[in-house]
Design a protein around this ligand. Structure first.
Ligand code: 4AD
Ligand code: MG
Length: 473
């Protein structure tokens, strides 16, 4: 019979049929040693674990097929086409990679691409080397079980986020904002990657830090919006959670208040996790990467910034020496108005052991666009309707806030923060055409994955991580 071409993750309904699969030899001869006798195929049957990126399939070449030299000389990583009958598994596969419990009894096959580079040196290069050599070999290491599982889970996670936003209860529309921009959103500008030349204008454009302001302009025409877009930060931070380029999931929601914004963030995350866990492929990948994962229960704890500072003081947690982002004086105790650095953030959330919001940060350590809390009599600090969602093992994964909707307040905020309003004319302008209360947030996809898959660093969660000194391959 003609063979049906299929991908490994979709083979279950094809059991018993003759199929054609293409992929790479993950390893030769790695199946259970007693297997060939059990199958009555003679002692020289060759076993192959085939990998096609969607999964792993054990395959057996028996009889004459196993005697030909292309089979006896078969190397790992050779690209092959296999045709044969799919049947229930009689083999034990290492690491339980072939989960669907079937194997292919090959009756015909061919080499599509040889692997002359797949010698012992290859195995050493990708297995036993320094992080920097591993990074140089990323084009090869991402074939391995853990990196590929992580990237597959990441894809399923993004698809689940998109499905959550598309659900009628949310109806948040995806847009694709520009990456080439001329205005900054966050921070004092030290983080900008400037282009040397933009159509003859020197320094006329930079790479985006955040799509937030563009998303805000969409509300009146498109309703609530989100985007999945690369953001760029030229920070010098060498930490386990900072990248120079990261994937930023951002959303902007109209007609919401601050409480509602935090509830929305929590809802989107929990519904996305539900979707992910309802999918067998994602569940299996998650079990492989982070077997102990249990979805967080709701509601997430919400801790005001002031209480966080008090908590740190009560435990004698002080500013850490460099290497942590935002560190003020090393060893100095926290005082109101300080940015909470990475280690302190993790101490807080690891102690709680579940996702938690920190909220209402001082305006002095937040960007100009954040909505300010009306100042109480005698209150010295200006507070903002802002929140960070912290996750165990990582710290900040989401940053969000209500935005200043009122034109007068926005003009005052530019002045307060020493920001030249001229380049932001378009951002200001829309406040004159039916401004509404709105808020939004940005979620670092690599940080979310580091939490979900229990990875030490965000570098593992990026296809090709970029950080200071690393822009290859
Ligand atoms: O807190 P950030 O800087 O907030 C913004 O950019 C807002 N304009 C987002 C918004 O409201 N639309 O960044 C948001 C998130 C952080 O919480 C973090 O998860 C991630 O983006 N992030 C980084 N991830 C990896 N490497 C970096 N250098 C990151 N900087 C921020
Ligand atoms: Mg932030």
């Amino acid at each position: 019979p003609a063979a049906v071409k299929a991908k490994i993750m979709n083979l279950v309904p094809l059991r018993g049929q003759r199929i054609r699969v293409t992929g790479w030899v993950d390893r030769v001869g790695s199946l259970h040693p007693e297997h060939p006798q059990e199958q009555g195929q003679g002692n020289d049957a060759i076993s192959i674990l085939l990998r096609d990126g969607t999964g792993y399939l054990p395959a057996v070449l028996g009889g004459d097929l196993a005697k030909a030299t292309d089979a006896t000389n078969l190397k790992d990583e050779t690209c092959v086409e296999l045709i044969g009958t799919l049947r229930a598994k009689g083999t034990v596969v290492p690491k339980d990679l072939a989960r669907d419990g079937h194997e292919l009894v090959v009756d015909s096959w061919r080499v599509l691409g040889n692997a002359p580079g797949a010698d012992k040196a290859f195995a050493n290069r990708v297995n036993k080397t320094s992080p920097s050599t591993l990074a140089d070999q990323r084009h090869l290491t991402l074939r391995q079980p853990t990196p590929s599982a992580l990237l597959r889970l990441r894809a399923h996670t993004l698809a689940a986020f998109r499905a959550t936003y598309a659900a009628p209860a949310h109806a948040v529309l995806e847009v694709t904002p520009p990456a080439l921009v001329s205005t900054q959103v966050e921070g004092p500008g030290a983080e900008l990657f400037w282009l040397a030349d933009y159509y003859g204008v020197r320094g006329g454009a930079c790479l985006t830090l955040s799509a937030q302001m563009y998303l805000e302009t969409c509300l009146a025409g498109l309703g609530d919006v989100f985007c999945v877009q690369e953001s760029f930060r030229a920070e010098r931070s060498h930490t386990r959670r900072h990248l120079s380029e990261f994937t930023h999931l951002e959303a902007e929601i109209a007609f919401i208040d601050f409480d509602g914004l935090m509830t929305h963030i929590e809802t989107v995350i929990c519904e996305t996790l539900e979707k992910l866990l309802a999918d067998p492929t994602s569940t299996a990948l998650l079990a492989q990467l982070n077997p102990g994962f249990t979805p967080p229960s709701r509601p997430f704890k919400r801790l005001p910034y002031t209480d966080a500072i008090a908590w740190l003081n009560a435990r004698g947690i002080t500013h850490r020496p460099k290497a942590d982002d935002d560190a003020a004086g090393a060893g100095a105790p926290y005082v109101l108005g300080d940015e909470i650095d990475e280690a302190a953030e993790r101490a807080l959330v690891d102690d709680h052991g579940a996702p938690m919001f920190l909220y209402r940060f001082p305006a002095s350590v937040r960007p100009f666009y954040m909505k300010q809390v009306p100042r109480a009599p005698g209150e010295g600090t200006v507070w903002t309707e802002s929140c960070d969602l912290l996750m165990p093992g990582v710290g900040e994964v989401v940053g969000g806030s209500m935005r200043i909707a009122d034109m007068g307040e926005l003009l005052a905020a530019y002045e307060q923060h020493g920001v030249d309003p001229a380049p932001y004319y378009w951002y200001t302008d829309q406040r004159g055409y039916g401004s509404c209360e709105h808020g939004g947030y940005g979620l670092g996809v690599e940080r979310f994955m580091a939490w979900l898959a229990n990875r030490y660093t965000v570098r593992e969660c990026s296809l090709y991580p970029r950080f200071p000194g690393r822009v290859t391959p």
